[in-house]
Ligand binder design. Structure first.
Ligand code: TYM
Length: 325
């Protein structure tokens, strides 16, 4: 890892196929920033376990995220890539954070409140999710965390936890900064709400052409007719054009405002551009799927380096809290 470079870290939870919200909101930034920073990209499999209790699927999605990382262009020679469960220090540090964090403070968590509001059976793991995430980040003295808007509160929890620990036991953890790109901070899904696996409104990043076409044509719009002027800022199809139709945006905007394009045509253009964008990524992923050992080896090698780094930090932490004799 480079000398004097700042440290960047982020993760993806293997709960299904990644979608274009994950890609444009976060993963694309991983690729762009991996050389500028010392970078760590991990797979948050213990976070996935808070809601996913199917061992076959968890294993499949976890290897899936590794393949996704490599397919989009993360380079294990430049960035450290591993899965969270291979590094015991993440859960150990999360426990220590549990012991200095007040229950009422965590009751404010959006993810916990959402799960409660949906009358779901909320696991202790879901409630405690922010502490494991704080551990993921703080363990490596992270400076910058590229994420979408929905993770902002988790970053605040991590900063607060670092401050609390430092106050109790002396200066130990750096305060990380979120890196959120405002234009893509909350990519909308097919129904106009934030794109999310839990809303079942996603366009998977590695969807095939038929699936892309079917999903794009199902995007919910208002009922304005073909010849009526439309507000691009209020339309989900246009919001997705911003991601993949760069060269045509001005023209599309003009046609929306003049009322010379219908939603059907706009969707057809979007589907074409989405297919062009997805094809090379899908091709690369297919090659990687044929030799999964490459991804597995990359994870194993990444884990070895991460274990050493994390163990150094944990020695300091154990000493500071008083469990090292
Ligand atoms: P996850 O797996 O839900 O999402 C991965 C990344 O995608 C971003 N994202 C979005 N961005 C824009 N628009 C959307 N519609 C959209 N949906 C998702 C997320 O903000 C995220 O950056 N808790 C994390 C995983 C995690 C983590 C960490 C991240 C665990 N530990 C430490 C950073 C640092 C999560 O569930 O992301």
């Amino acid at each position: 890892m480079g000398i004097g470079k700042k440290l960047l870290l982020s993760g993806v939870k293997p709960t299904g196929r990644p979608h274009i919200g994950n890609y444009f909101g976060a993963m694309k930034q991983f690729v762009a920033l991996q050389s500028e920073y010392d970078s760590i990209f991990f797979i948050a499999d213990y976070h996935a376990l808070t809601t996913l209790h199917d061992p076959v699927k968890l294993a499949e999605y976890t290897l899936g995220v590794a393949l996704d990382y490599l397919a989009i262009g993360l380079d294990p020679k430049r960035a450290l890539i591993f899965k969270q469960s291979d590094i015991p220090a993440h859960t150990e540090l999360a426990w220590i954070f549990n012991c200095i964090t007040a229950m009422p403070y965590l009751l404010r968590g959006h993810a916990y409140k959402d799960a409660e509001a949906k009358n779901e059976e909320v696991t202790v793991g879901t409630f405690d999710y922010p502490m494991l995430m704080a551990a993921d980040i703080l363990l490596y003295d992270t400076d910058v965390v590229p994420v979408g808007q929905d993770q902002k509160q988790h970053l605040e929890f991590a900063r607060d936890t670092a401050e609390k620990f430092n106050r109790l036991f002396g200066e130990t953890f750096k305060l990380p900064e979120p890196h959120i790109v405002s234009e893509v901070a909350a990519v909308p899904g097919l129904d106009g709400r934030k794109m999310s696996k839990s809303y079942d409104n996603t366009i998977p990043l590695f969807a095939d052409d038929d699936e892309i076409e079917r999903l794009v044509m199902s995007i919910v719009t208002d009922s304005k007719g073909e010849r009526e002027p439309k507000d691009p800022a209020a339309d989900t199809v246009f919001a997705l054009h911003r991601l993949v139709s760069a060269g045509q945006l001005d023209e599309l905007k003009k046609r929306y405002e003049e009322g010379t394009i219908g939603y059907k045509e706009s969707k057809e253009i979007l589907a074409e551009n989405m297919k062009k964008f997805a094809a090379p990524l899908r091709e690369k992923r297919r090659e990687l799927e044929e030799k999964p050992e490459y991804a597995k080896d990359a994870l194993a090698q990444g884990a070895e380096v991460a274990r050493k780094k994390s163990e150094e930090k944990m020695k300091e932490v154990r000493r500071k809290v008083g469990v090292a004799l």
